[in-house]
Design a protein around this ligand. Sequence first.
Ligand code: AMP
Ligand code: ZN
Length: 566
Amino acid sequence: MKSFAAELAYFLRGRARQNLKVLALYGLFLLVLILLYANLFRYLMLELEGREYSFIAGIYWTITVMTTLGFGDITFHSDAGFIFATLVTLSGVIFLLIILPFGLVSLFLAPWIEQRLRYRPTYELAASTNDHILIFGIDPITRTFIRKLQARKLLFVVVTDNYDQALMLEEQEGFKVVYGAPTDAQVLRGLRVETARYVVANLSDPENANICLTLRSLCQTPVVTLVRDSDHQELLRLAGANQVIALPRILGRFLATRATTRGAMAHVLDSFGALQIAEIPLYGTPFAGKTLAESNIRQQTGLSVIGLWRRGQLTLPTRDSILAPDSLALLAGSREQLQALEQLIGDPTADDLVFVLGHGRIGCAAATFLERKPVPFVLIDQRRSTSCRKHVPVYGDATDRETLQKAGFDRASGVIVTTNDDNTNVFLTLASRHLNPHIRIVARANQDENIDQLYAAGADFVVSNASVGATILMNLLDRKESAFLSEGMHLFRRPVPPELIGKTLEASRLRPELGCSVVALKNAVGEMNTTPGPKTLLQADLTLLLIGSAEQEKAFDQRYPRTENT
Ligand code: AMP
Ligand code: ZN
């Protein structure tokens, strides 16, 4: 059933909205005309016939005459009066009885009926549909995910039970849309779930659970859910979700690691057996400002720097890459090596203090992460949290300078800007930079469009909800080794190609010719060499763990085609 609100929404959009303005102007014109006639009526009655009428009577007379009702209870008795009354009747016929209904029909009713007749939602997919990706729930994350799917020409279908949304997504954005209740088994069957490649459930937690349960009663297609409340993670898994992503927690952790200047905040992103992939902010470490070769990280700790994050971009470093203080190093190595690094860096800024602006789900997750380190923090929010009882924020509007100053903002070494409004986030970034020029600012972008603005406002790091969410979805879809690397970059595993057996890593020319980098080598019994050097020999039974973009992975496979058993 189409809701009244949805119908109403139609009139508030696009051309209909434009037409509504025309109607309002016309209404104003009629009002002026009626007022004019009413006053002329009173004037003529008084001047010609000596009768005095009230303003209300004037309006009453004008409307009855214009609508041709003409009750005859008030009439003129002079020729001039008759002429005036005739004029009013004629203009009433033209403006009220002809133009107004015609305008209403042609501007509103006809386009509305036309759109309803033209748009017939799809209720099910063709029986031959297969390998498609089903998406339940449209938001900035799934929209960014869809853009990635479109770039790779993968077949996706959006499912919604909102008629108006279906119409808009299909007619205006050109998506393939199926109209139906996502938790209805009949609808799921019509979506050919059993031949689908992947299902993304991005509605409320109960709805996602319901989708998983219904889906599991039909087939084993993998389903990934984005959970709203991380306490529901286990429940969704029980309902049958293959992967449950608690995005607020992931984003909170990303923000927290980037906001602290404490060196020992290397934070493990992923691990592959003994190999851990971690990132560490370079600010305040002895390596900041040096080149990779000068830093001697490899010699001192055994860790490899496999990437450098700066302004949201991950690049593969060379010996001469500068370890800029406003960047993050992506490291690969063992737990012991990471500990050695932490010791080397020590605790240069023990007086770390991080301000967290916005105690929503993401701000709360960031605070929890800081608490665990522990790094002292101050939370600010204008409202009381409905879900968190363990933190005590300062209540106030963070855009208010006084709120920040009273809470001791001038002592802060880092700030996490994480409100749900990007305009506020841009403003808070600007204000933070202004109040405290040396502070480290980590900002959250709710919409990708605002990433550049946040950097321009002075943020050191911007973490985009939509990008992080969509990248994780994409990596899971591709069954990537690492779900948490950046846009484009990922880890992949290949056996040493026969052509390279017996060569050194340097002689393989993988890096200069293909662009991808060997992060680690694993032998047949599972032992890892996490610090391969230029002279490391590539032996037959080794597996390479490489880092690179999708294109670099493809280039690798073209140069060294995989045989059947790899
Ligand atoms: P969430 O999207 O769940 O991380 O929530 C964002 C949080 O930001 C909410 O708790 C809002 O109350 C908070 N917030 C939004 N604007 C401001 C502001 N100007 N000052 C302080 N907190 C804010
Ligand atoms: Zn909290």
